[in-house]
Design a protein around this ligand. Structure first.
Ligand SMILES: Nc1ncnc2c1ncn2[C@@H]1O[C@H](COP(=O)(O)OP(=O)(O)O)[C@@H](O)[C@H]1O
Ligand SMILES: [Mg+2]
Length: 465
């Protein structure tokens, strides 16, 4: 793996690059400018000194040699007065030199230029490895030169240069360290995310992701954590569902097995045998219903339920339900009525599924109430909705159970329960699949489960006479 594949290495490299670039720019701009400015300042000094000295030449009562010495003292520069060997501009020769003790300074390039142009000239020259700033001016038949060494100035510049380099090296080291440190922390969080993803992929959903923070990585960690929780909840629901379903299936199957064994007994009288067969028939019916309920739920879960939405006359469906349950209501001794109002209501839904929901609600009203309790199938309309409600005058459902009765396998009264606790769960999911809902209102003496569906627009066919 190339070392620059890791985010950390890239981050460090980028930081170092940026710092190095910034330093190079600063260095390229600052150092030459500083040097230029310092030399120019020295030249300005010499030039203004020249301007002050110029009116004092030629000296009235001292020698030219004294004048240059005086000028040198005033400016801390070497002062030389050159005269031409012939007519100007011709080779110049030193006439008086403030550093007279040494060999006289031959005419410098700056002095020669001043002789040629007749103007004040500035220059930077190098003699015997030392740099000088020079100002030369034509003066009364000769050229006056001030020459100041600038090695001290340049040494200062070099020192600044060295400090910049040292500071730069330090900044680079700090950048490298910081980049590496930040990258290590960053990479650790990313690896933690990666491990969490692997755990989730392996189905180990109990350990939290554990990547916090409010930056992008932290947000990704939070999203992972949400995903883990949802998956864990799904997984929990799935296991619970399978456990419940197996339990529900096992009970009737055990009981059937037991009866089958008893039926094998030759000494069984006909009466008992008939009783056993009737009970077995009941168990088989229960199993069949359970199987079809489970199938419906799995289709709902997989989103494979096919619905054919069409305008439905709910009053007609209410009548159909009453007819279907008329016999059972008689046996169970609960009066069953329909109240469809004057207008009835048209809903948009799938007829078979609406009937299926109606059956769940009517059956519950007949089974989970005491004998003699009146049950009404009511049809009505709301704002843009149509409703099929099943009302009973039973004891009602206590508040703490109301939210749960729609859960799969949830039964309030274990003893009286006839079903498996799937009816209302299926009813609610079917209603939602048709863009509807089931509303539960319950108080002692009045319980109402209402299937609320979108209203179908009525296209009343004018009565033909
Ligand atoms: N009309 C009702 N009156 C009182 N309790 C009800 C009524 N309808 C439903 N319940 C309660 O809600 C529970 C869940 O109903 P359901 O999902 O149809 O399951 P099941 O009928 O198989 O028990 C029932 O066990 C019952 O306790
Ligand atoms: Mg039921």
């Amino acid at each position: 793996m190339s070392p620059f594949r890791s985010v950390g290495a890239r981050l460090s490299a980028a930081l170092v690059l940026v710092v190095a670039l910034a330093l190079a720019v600063v260095y390229a701009i600052v150092v030459p400018a500083l040097e230029r400015n310092l030399v120019a300042a020295r030249l300005d000094q010499l030039e203004s000194a020249t301007a002050v000295l110029r009116p004092q030449f030629p000296p009235q009562d001292v020698l030219v040699q004294d004048f240059v010495t005086f000028a040198a003292n005033q400016t801390s520069a070497r002062a030389v007065f050159y005269v031409p060997l012939g007519e100007m501009p011709t080779p110049l020769t030193p006439f008086a030199d403030s550093h007279g003790g040494e060999a006289a300074l031959p005419a410098t390039a700056t002095a020669v230029r001043a002789a040629e142009t007749g103007l004040v000239e500035r220059g930077r020259v190098e003699r015997e490895d030392v740099e000088y700033a020079e100002v030369a001016t034509p003066l009364e038949g000769g050229v006056f030169l001030l020459s100041a060494p600038i090695d001290q100035t340049l040494a200062n510049v070099r020192q600044v240069e060295r400090r910049l380099l040292v500071a730069g090296a330090l900044a680079l080291a700090v950048a490298l360290l910081l980049g590496h440190g930040a990258a290590t922390v960053f990479a650790r969080r990313i690896r933690r995310l990666e491990r969490a993803a692997d755990r989730i992929a392996d189905g180990r959903l109990d350990e939290p992701v554990g990547v916090g923070g409010s930056d992008e990585v932290g947000q990704l960690g939070a999203a992972f954590e949400r995903m883990r929780r949802r998956l864990a909840a799904f997984e929990h629901a799935r296991r619970e569902f399978i456990a419940n379903a197996s339990h529900e299936l096992r009970t009737p199957i055990f009981s059937l097995g037991g009866f089958l064994e008893l039926l094998g007994d030759d000494e069984l009288d006909d009466e008992t045998r008939r009783e056993f067969l009737a009970t077995m028939q009941e168990q088989i019916e229960r199993l069949t219903r359970l199987a079809s309920d489970l199938l419906d739920l799995s289709r709902l879960d997989a989103g494979q339920l096919r619905l054919e939405l069409e305008p439905l006359d709910l009053a007609r469906l209410a009548e159909a339900l009453r007819d279907e349950f008329g016999a059972l209501a008689l046996v169970e001794e609960r009066p069953l009525d329909v109240d469809a109002g004057a207008e009835g209501a048209d809903a948009l839904g799938d007829e078979l599924r609406v009937l299926q929901i109606g059956r769940v609600l009517v059956e519950n009203a007949l089974r989970h109430t005491a004998p003699g309790t009146p049950v009404t199938i009511r049809v009505g309309r709301g704002a843009g909705t149509a409703m099929l409600a099943v009302e009973d005058a039973g004891p009602g459902i206590a508040a703490e159970h109301r939210e749960h009765v729609f859960e799969r396998f949830y039964r309030v009264d274990g003893a009286r329960a006839s079903g498996s606790g799937l009816g209302l769960a299926i009813a609610r999911e079917l209603a939602e699949a048709m863009d509807g809902r089931i509303e539960l209102r319950s108080e002692p003496g009045r319980t109402s489960f209402a299937l609320v569906l979108p209203e179908a627009r009525r296209e009343r066919v004018p009565a033909t006479t």
